[in-house]
Design a protein around this ligand. Structure first.
Ligand code: UDP
Length: 241
């Protein structure tokens, strides 16, 4: 079931349900894409109609970020919980590993996707890493041809939002992949360049705070989190006096 949070239609799923839905998409012989919006996406999508459309046309829209979960609750349409992009990506790697499938990693700075791939294959030895490409390219079509030639089943697209979502919507079906996932900075995490918050912080919904301590330059971007909550409260006031 879909639930709207400030114009973006989210799938109301637990992490396990999202993993099952993702596995089903990966099993079907056609292209699908999944997106993992956080509050920053919601605010950007308010101003960018194409981004909003591309998010809402995705096969899976997962609430990546406690800000989305809080906003949904404030609005009066609570979601079952948060499904982080990185957690979902890990679940899809497990599925791909059990199938002996092919993985392509697109995005991040030169060298990062290779290192991420090396570590992923170490953990999931039945996966074939069929290609990598950094995210700082000019010729979109040339990159598409390179990805398609590698014949991936699963494709991680990590170009930052909204670039990665627009790339998937525009080119994804020509890649031959069954599932593409827009994952922001996930390759930096898989490559060990950026640490994830300890589990105790994640459970408390404080991953954003941990990230802020590590990357204080993100403060400006993160200031958008309260704004989305205020907007959700405003929406509730309008709909439920
Ligand atoms: N990136 C990229 N190409 C670009 C811009 C960004 O490959 O033109 C990468 C960047 O190196 C980083 C990721 O996209 O690995 C975006 O990271 P960010 O932290 O902005 O995303 P978030 O995790 O917050 O969604």
């Amino acid at each position: 079931m879909k639930k709207e949070v400030l114009g973006v239609m989210f799938d109301d799923l637990t992490r396990e349900e999202a993993a099952q839905a993702g596995a089903a998409l990966l099993g079907e012989d056609k292209f699908h894409y999944a997106v993992t919006p956080n509050p920053e996406f919601i605010l950007a999508a308010e101003k960018d109609g194409e981004f909003r459309r591309v998010l809402n046309e995705a096969d899976l829209v997962l609430a990546d970020g406690i800000g989305v979960v809080y906003s949904a609750r404030i609005q009066g349409t609570p979601l079952k919980g948060r499904v982080t992009g990185i957690g979902f990506a890990g679940d899809m790697l497990s599925v791909l590993n059990s199938q002996g499938g092919r993985l392509y990693l697109l995005g991040a700075k030169p060298g990062v996707a290779e290192e991420a791939g090396r570590r992923i294959v170490e953990k999931f030895p039945n996966i074939t890493l069929c290609g990598t490409q950094d995210g700082y390219f000019k010729d979109e079509e040339a990159v598409l041809l390179k990805v398609a030639a590698a014949r991936p089943d699963l494709l991680f697209v990590c170009l930052g939002a909204p670039k990665q979502e627009k790339w998937m919507a525009r080119w994804g079906r020509h890649t031959g992949a069954r599932l593409a996932i827009g994952l922001g900075g996930a390759l930096d995490v898989f490559a060990g360049k950026v640490e994830r918050a300890p589990e105790s912080w994640q459970k408390l919904g404080l991953e954003w705070a941990y990230r802020l301590t590590k990357e204080p330059q993100r403060a400006g971007r993160m200031a958008k989190l309260p704004l989305v909550l205020v907007k959700a409260a405003g929406k509730r006031l309008k709909t439920k006096p």
